[in-house]
Design a protein around this ligand. Structure first.
Ligand code: GLN
Length: 303
């Protein structure tokens, strides 16, 4: 039966790291390292493949995508490559619900355009119905710690951007609790389209937000293995398989029913770091809630 094979199968995921040499600000590579570690602890192999300027993107070769932040000067050549060489592959991946995380400069280039402080507009892919305008060198940048609401929890990070992003029909990733967010005006932060997530949260983001890291991994597993289970029989790896050798405790055929796909990890340190940032921002109740999360995993699939 397929559930037996999934329970013992060596699960693999491939992550496409877009423009690792150009878009790599403020430790954004820490997001990749976090995803690798959280997969490794569940005996899931996460392969990482760099995709630079000039490299073709064949979406069928990947299960997740990441694009980091960058200075205006690095964004310009990347923008051209995004819209010319990688646009078909990126759109195919996004429309096929591949999880994608885009941080800051990468986020801006997946919206409609980025108007830098100087020089011509950089055309973006338009995955996010949004646009970004830099207000000029004399306007203070959006810099500092930031906390937003997300799925009844919080996401924390550090932001440093001159561009102000305004959302059209795109849904925000969350509501700003403290910090600037998209534009320091409308209290939105980030943008979401299908399983593509844009955000200004550097830090890097995922080490202090283990629930969001696991959410991305769950989406990738569900997309890759859950469909296979849907196509054959309505397979459900129940929690009774908690002893599964590959760290996947349940793989529901319908993702919205999955309570948690992944075995819980000891995220005490991660949540203490998360709570410390919330405390620094004066968000004491949210910090207490974060510390309580240490004892139970948070999954975005949970209603
Ligand atoms: N250069 C862009 C801006 O200043 C993005 C910066 C970044 O990626 N941190 O808004």
């Amino acid at each position: 039966m397929i559930e037996d094979s999934l329970e013992t199968e060596h699960l693999t995921l491939t992550l496409g790291h877009l423009y690792p040499d150009q878009l790599n600000l403020y430790g954004d590579r820490g997001n990749i390292l976090t995803l690798q570690r959280r997969c490794q602890l569940r005996a899931i192999e996460l392969r990482v493949v760099g995709l630079g300027i000039g490299d073709a993107l064949a979406p069928d070769e990947y299960d997740m995508l990441f694009i980091g932040g960058g200075q205006d000067r690095e964004q310009a050549p990347v923008a051209q490559d995004v819209c010319e060489l990688k646009s078909i592959g990126l759109w195919a991946a996004v429309e096929d619900d591949m999880p994608l995380l885009a941080v800051c400069g990468g986020y801006q280039l997946l919206a409609h355009y980025y108007r830098p402080a100087e020089g011509p507009d950089m055309r973006g892919l338009g995955v996010f119905d949004a646009w970004t305008i830099h207000k000029g060198a004399r306007v203070p940048r959006c810099i500092g710690d930031v906390a937003i609401s997300w799925h009844g929890s919080t996401l924390v990070g550090f932001e440093n951007h001159g561009g102000r992003t305004y959302l059209g029909k795109a849904q925000p990733l969350g509501k700003v609790l403290k910090g600037h967010g998209n534009n320091a005006e409308d209290h939105t932060e980030g943008a979401v389209y299908r399983n593509a997530y844009g955000t200004y949260l550097h830090g890097s983001l995922l080490p202090k937000n283990p629930h969001f890291a696991d959410h991305l991994i769950e989406l990738a597993l569900q997309r890759k293995y859950g469909r296979r289970s849907q196509t054959s029989t309505n397979v459900q790896l129940t929690t009774a398989n908690a002893s599964a050798s590959n760290g996947v405790t349940s793989l529901a055929a319908a993702p919205q029913e999955a309570a948690t796909l992944l075995s819980a990890l000891d995220d005490t340190l991660e949540w203490e770091a998360h709570a410390a940032l919330l405390e620094r921002l004066g968000l004491h109740d949210a910090a207490a809630a974060a510390l309580r999360t240490c004892t139970k995993p948070v999954s975005a699939f949970q209603s």
